[in-house]
Design a protein around this ligand. Structure first.
Ligand SMILES: Nc1nc2c(ncn2[C@@H]2O[C@H](COP(=O)(O)OP(=O)(O)OP(=O)(O)O)[C@@H](O)[C@H]2O)c(=O)[nH]1
Ligand SMILES: Nc1nc2c(ncn2[C@@H]2O[C@H](COP(=O)(O)OP(=O)(O)OP(=O)(O)O)[C@@H](O)[C@H]2O)c(=O)[nH]1
Ligand SMILES: [Mg+2]
Ligand SMILES: [Mg+2]
Lengths: 292, 278
């Protein structure tokens, strides 16, 4: 991994009395390559490596026999800080129902994650309601209904000829009438540059005032993550992030850009296709994964 | 007269940034830039535009200049296997591809071999209705290989010259799922006497470096013949396909540019490079 690559870079530094800029460059280059390989945003990498360089020089570790391990430790610590430090708990409204809205690009795992969240909420003694507002994708409503059956959770839907805003509003009324305490609104995948669809998402939010708007991000997303995250946050407003498909081998560095532009915590991670494949987010583990 | 261009490190830095931000791997980027430096020494361009033209030529070495054609079988039915990780656009691409091929006079048969995911069969069936192409399906939970076996038989007996096989999304790290895919490919081979005429990896343009891992892993299970690059209507450039072309010599054959039936086109390497350099 990175430690081994740094061994080579640092081997040249060990005999020296004073270090020049170029000496440190080789080590910093290895860190830069490792982070880019992990899909960390190009600009984030530049700022990050500059910070690590300062810390490493400041801590006077570079000529140390254990320099590679010590620098990796600094990188790891800095990553954990950027990832949000402590795992975050889910908060519920004191005036039920708590309303959660899932948004994101096409195919990131929103519908499946709605089912996982509903399953988890049931295990926490909550009474969730799933809401099908994707009136566009073929069989999307069917998909959420199936997911609801598997999770043994009711699904509110009004077919595909009613506006998503109207479906969301009626779903919240339905939840209040039935004493269901968490409403999970699944929305259609949409491009952050599709103005009409971004307006629709903002309209759904305005209509039902979700307590949590969660951006669902695919762990294999590359440099484009920063663009989508910025637009979703500006147009809709994001309260938290769910990172999916972490059961693969994507390093997941895109999460750093998403964290940076939204400033919001990662609330859960998806680790599989089944409805029990949802875990809390551990910044320490994620840092290790990004470093490879 | 060409010193500005040969050693203009700003130009190089900008080029590097363009490529990396487009998800081209760093190793590929450095290789392309190094080739460019060699070309600049040889050709001595006098303007930035001329240097850019040299770079486009380097890209053409990797991506080719002509679209890579889709392969058909001399003996119908032609079978195309559509595969890839979860959520990349396989099912949607099959709907669009069936439409494209119908316009060219083919009679496609769609195969709902994703028997796992909720409403996957229904999703393909709706596309079948939209395109007016029949869909072979079993129940959810059925063996995908059995569905494909039926489909190839049905294609022969009903005179379909093209079979499009939709498979479940699967992460390449899951060995049992990759084995399932190999079994589907073997069934095609047994029934037609040859490997699928196309085994197309559907890759989402927003995918970063993992795209290379996906292509490398999938091709070891089912030899890939090409890529369908989807969601190019977004802001992502899918530059990992340049790395894949360079390292695995696997061409992009089709691109998805939206969610509607007509949003599929043949991949044009020259157009793609132009768009990348904008
Ligand atoms: N391996 C794995 N697959 C996942 C995970 N989450 C979702 N998926 C799969 O990803 C694919 C897409 O999931 P969906 O829930 O349909 O995604 P979506 O965001 O609702 O898609 P659109 O509504 O079309 O935007 C499906 O095959 C899911 O089974 C995960 O954590 N791990
Ligand atoms: N914007 C855009 N969206 C696309 C494109 N291709 C597919 N999609 C969308 O991506 C999402 C996933 O598409 P699917 O066809 O279900 O993907 P899949 O690979 O079959 O998914 P799984 O079977 O669950 O692995 C849907 O919302 C599609 O409408 C494209 O070219 N552009
Ligand atoms: Mg969905
Ligand atoms: Mg599918």
């Amino acid at each position: 991994g990175l430690s081994a690559k740094l061994q080579n870079a640092f081997a040249k530094l060990r005999g020296k009395v004073t270090l020049k800029e170029e000496d440190v460059d080789a080590a910093m280059r290895e860190i830069r390559l490792a982070l880019l390989e992990a899909d960390v945003n190009f600009k984030v990498v530049r700022e990050f490596v500059a910070q690590v360089r300062e810390k490493a020089i400041g801590a006077d570790v570079l000529k140390n026999l254990n320099a590679p391990q010590m620098v990796v430790k600094i990188v790891h610590e800095e990553l954990v800080k950027l990832l949000g430090g402590e795992p975050v708990k889910m908060k519920f409204s004191s005036h039920p129902p708590t309303i959660i809205m899932m948004v994101g690009l096409q195919g990131t795992g929103k519908t499946t994650t709605c089912g996982k969240l509903a399953t988890w909420l049931k295990s926490e003694r909550k009474k969730p309601l799933l809401v099908a507002t994707d009136v566009y994708r073929p069989a999307a409503v069917d998909q959420l209904k199936r997911v609801g059956e598997q999770a043994n959770v009711p699904v509110f839907e009004m077919g595909t000829n009613v506006s998503p805003v109207e479906i969301a509003k009626q779903a919240v009324n339905h939840a209040r009438q039935r004493g269901l305490d968490v409403v999970i609104i699944d929305t259609a995948g949409r491009l952050h540059i599709d103005e009409q669809m971004m307006r629709e998402a903002a309209a759904i939010k305005a209509a039902v005032q979700p307590h949590e708007t969660l951006l669902v991000v695919d762990a294999m997303t590359g440099q484009d993550a920063v663009n989508a995250a910025t637009e979703f946050h500006n147009a809709v407003g994001v309260d938290g992030i769910i990172l999916t498909k972490l059961d693969g081998d994507a390093r997941g560095g895109a999460i750093l850009s998403v964290r940076q532009v939204t400033g919001k915590p990662v609330k859960f991670v998806g680790i599989g296709e089944k409805l029990d494949a949802l875990e809390p987010f551990y910044p320490d583990r994620m840092a290790g994964r990004i470093l490879g | 007269v060409f010193t500005t261009v040969t050693l203009d490190e700003d130009f190089i830095a900008e080029l590097e940034e363009t490529l990396v931000l487009s998800d081209v791997a760093m190793a590929t980027t450095e290789k392309l830039i190094e080739s460019l430096r060699q070309q600049v020494k040889k050709e001595r361009p006098e303007t930035i535009e001329q240097a850019k033209a040299l770079f486009k030529r380097e890209m053409a070495r990797v991506l080719g200049t002509e679209p890579a054609p889709l392969q058909f079988s001399p003996q119908p039915p032609t079978v195309w296997l559509i595969l890839g990780v979860n959520g990349t656009g396989k099912t949607t691409s099959i709907g669009k591809l069936a439409n494209l091929m119908k316009q060219q006079g083919y009679r496609p048969l769609l195969v709902a071999a994703d028997t796992f995911r909720a409403a996957a069969i229904e999703q393909l069936q709706i596309w079948g209705q939209r395109v007016d192409a029949p869909v072979i399906a079993h129940r959810p939970g059925a063996d995908p290989a059995a569905v494909v076996f039926d489909a190839v038989r049905a294609a022969r007996s009903r005179g379909h010259d093209l079979v499009l096989v939709d498979t479940a999304g699967r992460l390449h790290t899951k060995h049992n799922l990759m084995a399932e895919l190999e079994k589907v490919s073997r069934v095609v081979e047994r029934e037609t006497g040859r490997q699928p005429d196309e085994s197309l990896l559907v890759l989402d343009a927003t995918t970063g470096q993992n795209g290379l891992a996906q292509a490398s892993a999938f091709t070891q299970s089912v030899p890939l013949t090409g890529i369908i690059l989807t969601k190019l209507d977004g802001t992502a450039k899918g530059g990992i396909v340049i790395t894949i072309a360079d390292q695995l010599h696997l061409p992009v054959k089709l691109v998805g540019t939206g969610e509607k039936i007509g949003d599929l086109a043949v991949f044009d390497p020259q157009e793609y490079v132009e768009a990348l350099m904008e």
